[in-house]
Design a protein around this ligand. Sequence first.
Ligand code: MLT
Length: 416
Amino acid sequence: MATHEAMARINENYLKLQAGYLFPEIGRRVGAFQKKNPDAAVIKLGIGDVTRPLVPAVLEAFHAAVEEMGTDAGFRGYGPEQGYGFLVDLIREHDYAARGVEIAADEIFVSDGSKCDSGNIQEIFGIGNVVALADPVYPVYLDTNVMAGRTGEADDQGRYGGIVYMPAVAENGFNPEPPSVRADLVYLCSPNNPTGAVSTREQLARWVDYARQNDAVILFDAAYEGFIADPSLPHSIYEVEGAREVAIEFRSFSKSAGFTGTRCAFTVVPKTVMGKTASGQSVSLNDLWNRRQTTKFNGVSYPVQQAAAAVYTPEGRQQTGEIVRFYMENARLIREGLSASGLEVYGGENAPYIWFRTPGGLTSWDFFDRLLEKTQVVGTPGSGFGPSGEGYFRLSAFNSRENVEEAIARVTRTSW
Ligand code: MLT
């Protein structure tokens, strides 16, 4: 029998994490509530998961590509790990060149999701790097750095040692300024999950300056850019001068084209973004990410990439645009309904998330439980996104009109 010493050792950094990832924990609580109240009509505005089906243009291309795979001439085995040229070229043209940004084909890496990419990117960086994060923010950035061992333990408010937290609160418009201390890796998310705030060009320019002055790399998550309605707001960090030297960008088809279950995204790593070895030698992060992806990833399936390519056809753009407008109308209804009931509400104008202060000073989780009990509406507790999210709450705009109207009616007639 194996001795204690001979057993497989675990990565103990995992033990520093909070017990469960935020969304499964919400699922667990909702499941327990439903078990106790099997007839309750629960409305889920918690996880940001889309509800509208794939649009006809996407579906048609998806079907056609599946058919092709069943023919001798059209069958494909492994594709390029970085994505097929037909999709990469469409991304270059529509997402970048059309906005005046030059991105080369070999700077784009098609993948199965921004969650995976924004979680995996930290692997190409040394363990000693100092990480700066907005607080609150999408939990994947922090958790993956905890898993890698780039932090100390969490304190009783959930703040991990070694992380530079940048509070994003009502007082700074949920757009923190660059910190006064040095950081090597800076995670930014705009439009922001969870606050719905969007950085202006000027704000992003200050981050680019910070990165240049500190030899830092910005990891810019733009998974929600498709929801930006204000034409003055940037969709890509590369719209800012100098960003090509310091930023990596994550984009996704998940939310704007309904691909959460279909899986397609891409990451841009310009060849001009460099990191350093301990001895000071410059190394291309594009080379490292390519090496990482070709070793650990075999690409997105051909039919899924054809489905994603169809998003860029005139029909695809029009049809996905309609869905985005549908969700944003939900966001408006939630935002205005909550405001009219006296709550302090943010976001929801250029992002599918509505962020508000919990009534009566309730903690985020207390409000979660009370909301579920009193209205059978599920949201996401702000503290799940970071300590500065305590006392806030997020609702997502992804649901049917009927459910959104019903949820808001229930919430606004409830006293807390
Ligand atoms: C969320 O609700 O924050 C999203 O579902 C996160 C994600 O896209 O992984």
